[in-house]
Design a protein around this ligand. Structure first.
Ligand code: COA
Length: 392
């Protein structure tokens, strides 16, 4: 897959993140469940996590991350062809959170859909986005991972509530002729392990009811030990597989950005791959496991910290509910020279997003007027006469 037959490559040209301002430390958690900082740090490496404020939602955080990624890429929302939002905590069952973000951005030419693959969602979404670019179907794809896990957490269950956090990250993929960008991806699943990590209630099998609420079925349920075993098994396997797929020797991999679930899982992967731990990017101490948002947030921070440089080969590897797992080998590109926007350009950018809000409200209003004035066409009558009611 590394060499493109049609000369099209999917380059990462923009990245952005949003994390809520509210920090919840291990000490804060110890005040609400029977846990302590020492247990959480030694078992997971997590020291604190971010928790969504009353105004933060999956869509609002995804929007903020996407806006930053587009601005960094110098791409205007109307140029985007496709928006994929990976999330396990969508705003609604439907419409898709991707459509809400499309509307807020004013990405009027983009298709938009959500993708559900647990914590592996962002990796799946990036694989799909890169393939649509390489196939020639699209030129610019916005890939977002956004989660509000705090809203599906059982704050009485110490085995899960210490692990997760909220946030969002996004990347912009753009077609480029030069070899690089997302060189290879693999996506795998094993549904036989679906029960190891799930939210059993609220879906069509077990719709919300007083009973599902009383039983707490709308919260995350997890068999931590089994998920741990699964994760340690697949991390090194998928990193090796994707490197082989891209034709890159593991020794030539400069950085691994793993899903930020547990430091012990990352350390086990480093040992299995015989790679120094320094080659693994870790920021889970600050955010905990933000599911689909963990890898894009880590990408942003790896770039900020100078850990991901032009020409570097980077392995991204994720795992999660499903069970699912996926990996990508990315050749990091030359960043565009930073263009400090003029005041006029900044004002224009601001207007674009204000304009998106106005456009959305106008479209709703217009739809209402159109419906009131024009009504809806009558169904074709059984005798074939269009638009007339059948007489009894
Ligand atoms: N604070 C204090 N004690 C806790 C605790 C907490 N937050 N959570 C569990 N414990 C207790 C358990 O009750 C158990 O006590 P017991 O021995 O008296 O029964 C003890 O700690 C050990 O529990 P165990 O489940 O064996 O711990 P562990 O070493 O397996 O670590 C996890 C637990 C959850 C940290 C670990 O299994 C894990 O990280 N799994 C993967 C989870 C994950 O990444 N999920 C997301 C995937 S995308």
């Amino acid at each position: 897959m590394a060499e493109s037959k049609n000369g099209r490559y999917a380059h990462i040209v923009g990245w952005g993140k949003y994390v809520p301002s509210k920090v919840m430390t291990n000490a804060d958690l110890a005040r609400i469940v029977d846990t302590n900082d020492e247990w959480i740090v030694t078992r997971t490496g997590i020291r604190e996590r971010r928790i969504a404020g009353s105004k933060d939602t999956t869509a609002s955080m995804g929007f903020a991350a996407a806006k930053e990624a587009l601005e960094r890429a110098g791409i205007r929302p109307h140029e985007v062809d496709l928006i994929i939002v990976a999330t396990a905590t969508p705003e609604y069952v439907f419409p898709a959170t991707a459509c809400l973000i499309q509307d807020a951005l004013g990405a009027v030419n983009a298709g938009a859909f959500d993708l559900s693959a647990g914590c592996t969602g962002f990796m799946y979404a990036m694989a799909v986005g890169a393939q649509t670019i390489r196939s020639g179907a699209h030129n610019i794809v916005l890939v977002i991972g956004a989660e509000t896990l705090s809203r599906i957490m059982d704050w009485k269950d110490r085995a899960t509530c210490v692990l997760f956090g909220d946030g969002a990250g996004a990347v912009v993929l753009r077609v480029g002729a030069g070899s690089g960008g997302v060189l290879a991806t693999i996506c795998r699943s094993d549904g036989s392990g679906g029960d190891l990590l799930m939210v059993p209630g609220g879906g069509s099998k077990c719709p919300p009811s007083h009973q599902t609420i009383d039983q707490g079925l709308h919260f995350i349920k997890m068999n931590g030990r089994e998920v741990f075993r699964f994760a340690t098994r697949i991390m090194d396997k998928s990193a090796r597989e994707v490197a082989a797929c891209a034709g890159i020797d593991l020794d030539d991999v400069d950085l691994v950005i793993p899903h930020q679930a547990n430091l012990r899982i990352i350390q086990a992967a480093a040992r299995a791959l015989k790679m120094p731990e320094e080659k693994f990017f870790v920021n889970l101490q600050h955010y905990g496991n933000t599911s689909s948002a963990s890898i894009p947030i880590a990408i942003c921070e790896a770039v900020e910290q100078g850990r991901l440089k032009p020409g570097d080969h980077c392995v991204l590897v994720g795992f999660g509910a499903g069970l699912t797992w996926a990996a990508a080998l990315v050749k990091w590109g030359e960043p565009k020279p930073l263009h400090e926007p003029t005041r006029l350009e900044r004002a224009y950018e601001g207007l674009l997003y204000v304009g998106a809000g106005v456009r959305s409200r106008l479209a709703r209003g217009f739809r209402r007027v159109e419906s009131a004035v024009g009504g809806t066409p009558l169904p074709r009558s059984i005798d074939g006469e269009k638009g007339r009611k059948t007489k009894k």
